[in-house]
Ligand binder design. Structure first.
Ligand code: ADP
Ligand code: MG
Length: 407
């Protein structure tokens, strides 16, 4: 991999230079209060920002937040993030109320050496995500005009062909930040030469998002444990009724095909927690995975499944490998945001943490679950900040943001 790194840039000297850092500050916000519910992504970029600040750079940070539709939308303002970033850095962060307009230009012009500015949400501008090269390029020109060098530390966005990720590095000297470098190093060990047994745990809500990664991982892994909302499409493929649980009907055939080709590597839940409604206080029972009553919705894997998955991770199961040495986990095992349905995620996460393995957690919600459930982040080998990006990396896809840094 021929990517220049932050250390290369620092070695050149950055004092007084304007350095644009593409960060992934797309943090979850409380729907009612607008407060940041998990600041993991802000913390993840601190090593890069800290190094630039110490070296006297004029640091210009940019990011997206949520999915605004190409124009300003106050509910997706990065303003609260500027506040939190300032607290974590221990120095105020200047906030520009636009991304490339008057406020951005004057905020950047007013930066002293070692100071940090945050631009308003990149996606308030159509050009950021445009499929039209010219429109994207025009926006990238404006962004690039704000800086003398570019650092990509937004691992969560490297799989996007967006202006700030793909087009800006073509216009400025560019390097990978600490976070991007670490992510790529870790993920490349998973694809190149994982220590065996290698066990992958997949959950979360959308099967269609993750089928490609299942396909790509099947030949490589020794065991694939499937829970979360996506397990129901697989259970259906086995011929079981799943009540009103999450189901992607048009994926059933594909799942059946995957199961047939999986050589028994895929492990599905044997029991699930079925509720009368998708609600935190809904009445619920543990039922066998092949006996989900109609009108019940499966919101978590059951205790017997947790025990089975734990055994596959840190013990042994019939016909399976013993004691995983490498683990990749993406996607919660249930609706962990509701305490009544968080036990599956907690149990599996604890088993991963206890296993004598190098463990990688990928996925925004999975990483948030680790923190929300109060698990020690240090008991995992690596917590990735990029869900989609880490999955696409494992699929072996070319990631536009990484390719742009290689050039
Ligand atoms: P990640 O961000 O870690 O990649 P996903 O975004 O794929 O994970 O999925 C996370 C979401 O999946 C969570 O919000 C969780 O509530 C939801 N989920 C997990 N299990 C279920 C289920 N049984 N039914 C509905 N949603 C579920
Ligand atoms: Mg998610």
């Amino acid at each position: 991999m021929s990517i220049r790194t932050l250390d290369d840039l620092l070695a050149e000297g950055v004092s007084g230079r304007r350095v644009l850092v593409r960060a992934d500050l797309n943090v979850p916000l409380d729907k009612q209060t607008g407060e940041i519910t998990d600041d993991g992504r802000i913390r993840a970029v601190l090593p890069t920002l800290g190094a630039l600040v110490s070296a006297g750079a004029r640091v210009v940070v940019c990011s997206h937040l949520g999915r605004p539709k190409g124009s300003p939308d106050p509910q997706f303002s990065l303003s609260p993030v500027a506040g939190r970033l300032g607290e974590l850095l221990g120095a105020p962060v200047h906030f520009a109320t636009d991304t490339v307009g008057d406020s951005a230009r004057s905020t950047v012009a007013g930066l002293a050496d070692g100071e940090v500015a945050l631009l308003e949400n990149l996606r308030f501008n159509k050009g950021e995500t445009s499929k039209d090269e010219a429109e994207r390029g025009a926006f990238a020109d404006e962004l690039a005009a704000l800086a003398d060098a570019y650092v990509d530390d937004a691992f969560g966005a490297v799989h996007r062909k967006h202006a700030s990720v793909f087009d800006v590095p073509a216009r400025l000297p560019h390097v990978a930040g600490r976070l991007v470098l670490r992510e790529v190093e870790v993920l490349s060990t998973l694809t190149a030469n994982p220590e065996r047994p290698y066990v992958v745990v997949l959950g979360g809500s959308k099967v269609s998002d993750k089928l490609a990664v299942i396909e790509a991982l099947l030949p490589t892994v020794d065991r694939l444990l499937i829970g979360g909302g996506m397990c129901f499409t697989f259970l259906k493929a086995q011929g079981h009724e799943v009540g009103s649980s999450l189901l992607e009907e048009d994926m059933v055939e594909t799942c059946r095909n995957l199961l047939e080709r999986s050589e028994g590597k895929i492990m599905l839940p044997v029991d699930v927690v079925a509720a009368v409604a998708f609600a935190p206080d809904a009445e619920h029972h543990v039922v066998p995975a092949d006996g989900i009553p109609s009108k019940r919705v499966g919101l978590d894997i059951g205790p017997e499944t947790v025990a089975g998955f734990a055994a596959a991770l840190k013990g042994s199961t019939a016909g399976g490998p013993t004691n995983a040495r490498t683990i990749f986990w993406n996607g919660p095992m249930g609706v962990f945001e509701m305490p009544a349905f968080a036990n599956g995620t907690r149990g599996v996460a604890e088993a991963i943490a206890e296993a004598d393995a190098f463990s990688v957690v990928g996925g925004g919600d999975s990483a948030a679950a680790v923190r929300q459930l109060g698990l020690d982040e240090k008991s995992f080998g690596h917590i990735s900040t990029g869900g989609g990006a880490s999955l696409e990396y494992l699929e072996g896809k070319t990631l536009p943001g990484i390719a742009a840094l290689e050039n």
